[in-house]
Design a protein around this ligand. Structure first.
Ligand code: HAM
Length: 418
């Protein structure tokens, strides 16, 4: 038997309703904030991600699904959307047409990570990107959008962490200071962090290894070495969040796993989902469009992991959706009325009712059982003497009331069903 690939998941009826609910909520919120949907291809040239996200990041160095297509072009399944959105804005000159572009997406992403609860190889993100402005109000807006969505869902156990990574000059200067601090401690770092010391020194802060944490406890912090412009920007983001009543905490060691960030970074964590606790993450990336070879377009955005959000909802016992139901089940009483029953059912469907009938020549009793299983609100008994009179029996399954309805007066029948 062929099975689904490790780290991928089928989303089946019974669970899909929660996804649809979340997607609808996300669309509604993002559209209220005036974001427009963008859809980009599932795969792109590998160079887009290696240049955008950074060669030394875990995503690019070990997690991408990369392959050569038949024309020997290196292709990767998208591990995230930000690089693709920036590419699309540049490619279609949206920045020239509209100035500020506020875009959102809901899409599968692909990363070959070790699967565990809340970590998949095909997972789904919703996210937003605002391109064309350096205003701190947009940084705060991203955090506010996520916070609002989690609040509407009813998630209780969430905390907002923010940080600023400044501009590359101050960051490079800081990296030198950090390198110096660690220079006589390298031998005590974990193997992974020894590598990070060479390739991506800031990520040592992310290490879960106790030896590393002990060493990093006294390390100098980037925030202490920020330039004045970055500090001022960060201050404004904090003021706007305070005014919007979004509770947050400054986390000076929040470094994020993608290289394109400048200034603000943030994550919202849940205490209800175990070790994969980041429900969303994002930040500002004012230099990304240029790193991709395009014009300068400052940007800020976020992406949120939908599996993790739904897991948090499940663990907090929220998002209990009402059971699904149908409007009408048409029970065929006379065997020979099979075609007429189907035609009548389809007529009701055309009038925008959710309708089901039997396809397996089952007995009246079995059809009634099926109507109950589907939580049908009404049942129409099609056949018998009533049919000879041009009518049928309508039964309301909630209160058990029955009445004879005239089949030729479809409008008044529909009114009784709504
Ligand atoms: P990221 O932090 O890599 O950022 O991913 C954002 C969110 O996607 C995470 O917080 C997590 O909820 C979810 N996620 C990531 N990997 C997995 C996985 N393997 N399984 C399940 N969920 C996962 C980005 O992707 C950036 N593009 C965010 C951004 C947008 N920054 C600026 N604009």
């Amino acid at each position: 038997m062929i099975k689904a690939i490790t780290g991928t998941k089928d989303i089946l009826p019974g669970e899909i309703e929660k996804w649809q609910f979340l997607e609808k909520l996300v669309r509604n919120e993002l559209e209220n904030f005036n974001y427009n949907e963008i859809r980009t291809p599932i795969f792109e040239e590998t160079a887009l991600f290696s240049r955008g996200i950074g060669e030394a990041t875990d995503i690019v160095s070990k997690e991408m699904y990369t392959f050569k297509d038949r024309s020997e072009t290196s292709i990767s399944l998208k591990p995230e959307m930000t690089a693709s959105v920036v590419r699309a804005v540049l490619e279609h000159s949206l920045d020239k047409q509209f100035g500020l572009n506020k875009l959102y997406y809901i899409s599968p992403m692909f990363r070959q990570e070790r699967p565990q609860a809340g970590r998949l190889r095909q997972f789904h993100q919703f996210g937003a990107e605002a391109l064309g402005s350096m205003h701190p109000a947009l940084d705060a807006e991203m955090i506010l959008i996520c916070y609002r969505i989690f609040k509407i869902l009813g998630l209780k156990n969430v905390s907002v962490k923010i940080n600023s990574l400044g501009v590359p000059e101050s960051r490079e200067n800081y990296k030198k200071i950090l390198r110096e601090y660690l220079s006589d401690k390298i031998k005590d770092l974990s193997e992974d962090s020894k590598k990070r010391y060479e390739t991506n020194i800031l990520r040592i802060f992310d290490s879960k290894d106790e030896r590393d944490s002990e060493i990093m406890k006294n390390a100098p912090l980037l925030i202490e070495y920020l330039d004045n412009v970055s500090l001022e920007h960060f201050e404004k983001v904090k003021q706007i969040l305070l005014a919007a009543q979004v509770p947050f905490e400054v986390d000076p060691v929040l470094v994020r796993g993608l290289d394109y960030y400048t200034n603000t970074t943030f994550e919202i964590l849940s205490g209800s989902v175990g070790s994969q606790s980041a429900l969303c993450g994002g930040g500002r990336y004012d230099l990304l469009s240029e790193q991709l070879g395009g014009r300068k377009i400052p940007g800020v955005g976020f992406a949120a992991g939908m599996e993790r959000i739904l897991l948090a909802c499940q663990n907090e016992g929220i998002l209990q959706l009402p059971e699904t139901c149908i409007d009408v089940y048409v029970v065929r009483i006379d065997k020979e009325l099979e075609n007429e029953t189907a035609a009548f059912g389809n007529l009701l469907r055309e009038r925008n009712l959710k309708v089901e009938f039997d396809y397996q020549s089952r007995s009246v009793k079995a059809q009634m059982r099926e109507a109950n299983r589907l939580n049908s609100i009404n049942v129409i008994m099609f056949g018998g003497e009533e049919y000879q009179r041009g009518s049928a029996v309508l039964k309301n399954m909630k209160n058990g009331e029955q009445q004879e309805v005239n089949l030729s007066d479809i409008d008044s029948l529909i009114n009784k069903l709504k």
